[in-house]
Design a protein. Sequence first.
Lengths: 283, 556
Amino acid sequence: MWLDALPPVGGTFAGSIDDLFHTITYLMGFCFVVSLLIILYLIVVGLRKPGVKAKYVTGESKAELGFVYTVLGIFVLCDLIIDVQTHAVWASVKETLPAAQIKARAIGQQWAWTFVHPGKDGEVGTEDDISTVNELHLPAGLVTHVELESSDVLHSFSIPMFRLKQDVIPGRIITSWFKSLSFAEMKAIKDAMNARANDGGALLGADTPGTASFDIQCTEMCGVGHGIMASKIILHTQEDYDNWVAQNSPVTDTAAPAEAVAADAAPAEAGAAEAAPAEAAAP
Amino acid sequence: MAHHEMTFSQKYLFPVDHKYIGLQYMWTGLFMAAVGGFMAYVFRMQLAFPGTNVPLWGLVTPANYNALITNHGTIMIFWVGMPVLIAAFGNILIPLMIGCDDMVFPRLNRLSYQLFLLSTIVLFLSYIVPGGGFGGSWTSYPPLSARAEYNLTPFGSSLWLLAVALEIIAFLVGGINFLTTTMNSRAPGMRMLDIPIAVWMINIGVLLFMFSVGPLVAGAIMLLLDQQLGTSFYVPSGGGDPVLFQHLFWFFGHPEVYVLLLPEMGLLAEVLTTFSRKKLFGYKTIVYTTFMTGVLSMIVWAHHQFIAGIDPRMATIFSVTTIMISLPIAVIYFCYCATLYGGSIELTTPMLWALGFIIEFLVGGLTGLFLGSSGMDIYFHDNTFVVAHFHYTMMPIVWFGAMAGVYYWYPKIFGRMYSETLGKIHFWGTVIPFNGIFIPLFALGIGGQHRKIYDYNHFPELMQPGMQDLRIFATYSLIVMLLFQIPFIINFVGSIKSGEPAEANPWKANSLEWVASSPAPHGNFETLPTVYRGPYEYSRPDMEEDYLPQNVPSKA
């Protein structure tokens, strides 16, 4: 039951974190069961019987302390195993970032995420960027770098499906990364979740044929609206993503009147995208 | 020693007698436990039945919810754990157990409680000021806590901070007293290694508190300046650094866990040895290892910040130290388990609470390994797995530990026996639903549920089949657990008047507090005792009796 409770693996390093979870669960589960049995045994055997005096054991001699050192040895062993695997997982997720295949920027503010997509030129911070609120659109299966910023307080960018979490700090840009499974695999995961949800409970949201969406959480207390700071990562097939970019790219050629840009709520120029969160943060 | 009758005011309003100051702390702490428990009831009702009217409260707004979880945490740590485990038991037990007539600085002691009472009043004030109570979580991370425009509680957040600072000063004042008394006022013959573990542990806890609290006080003052004078120690737009506060906070915050754990382990040693009629296993090992734990606990703090923007290479170091701290704790823990070996165990109410602690804390301790692992913490950080983990440590420490102590020393404190039947109902009615609350939280956490969210309906992946049922189950368990505290209140309050009169040493225990009559009079002892041995000489093979009090001269 415990090992099944993890959400499906949706990203490349999610599997290694789950493996670490299993290692610790087996080791600690073993320690728990053995300790519990020892304690219960000592209690049951030691219950007071009339006329039977307790043993006089000081626990000062080497032989007596041997019990404690044995236990210590087992724990040293468990700790070492956990340390080694922990470091391997940590280094692969947080210390070394694979080269980006696509970049995006996420700006946390009270109480929504603004996502800046690279647009047609593949670079964030240029004129053709596409800004959205609470929807992060990406093609599935690519190494994605997300530059995390905050315009007010601490937030934390978390996608449980990828086992990704990183605090977001105003005044800094922290780059986080993930690589989702292929679109077909992600779609299958979403369909399975929806099928389960059909049996009882709410659907997880219907996606258009070329997309599969998953929760993004804010996992750092960020004020009154912390509980509603929910967004979606919407994974597309490459083809569907290209269409989405084409449809949502801001009109930048000189022929376009200024109103056309203003009328379209979602897209914004790079400069405006920088300013947008500050405005949104004002109550 | 001559003792005189004290007036009402000398006893209850402005006492300098350590026992009455201890009682003041205990009553205040237990009252605050009821307040904290009620808060838990309100926000758990909101989680189980979002948006409905909670009986005795009404509609829970997001701001309400945040203020409730913030203050639940703050109260249970600072206004229940600290006053009951350290201040109440420290005050009542230290002079009695080391065999002296009172604390060395009785008036300082009184000041300590008065500051604590003031801090309690300030905390309550923080809810009723315009804008309401602070809701930025008990960790109060800036910039959220530093600017009213972010937290929307211009007065609540500052008063909350002031209350915590006052509470800390109260414990510093009290702590000085504990250390000085233990070092200077021990009965003749009581060497360092004859001191009962309860007194050792309270003192080591106080030392740890004193070493670690300085940075927090400095950090809190800077935060107060940020809030009220608009400085920018922690606000990046003015050149500050929010992560600085996290370091200052957790440099205190992690040792604080041990500040609570150690006194609890101390009380436990007394209860376990008395009711298993056993000598404590490895007394010296326990004392030395406890010092090691204290030192180690001061270099683990950044495990709260693995993903908070610290240099990722630093995480590995703190992950190793954090996982390493399982070693000294395991040594102490298994010395306690070994104490049970070959015992003559009597399952009285205090013993049940002590054994309850041992078993429940095992879960809390072992699940800590998940969170000490930096790689695993990427997923579990700010997840309800963390909530379940630290409740499996703090609830046994603060409540099981306090209850073991309260029942065990009840005859000494009030001079009456409590009702065993009600005590046992209280125990089983607490321990069973306790697991019912937090096992679902482990499961939900593994399923990806994050913390401090007032309504999970916004997160479809957290509303999958069965998940809401687990939340409802946890809430019902909590309500059952809270209702089972009623027998305790009846027992605790009722037995003061109507309990059987207690003899001086009802448990046939060895330490010096049982030499004084029950209740111990002003001045504690008829004649100040002399000590001949350590406090755990139970079931000696060369004796008929199965106990040998510290103050009885050897026959040989």
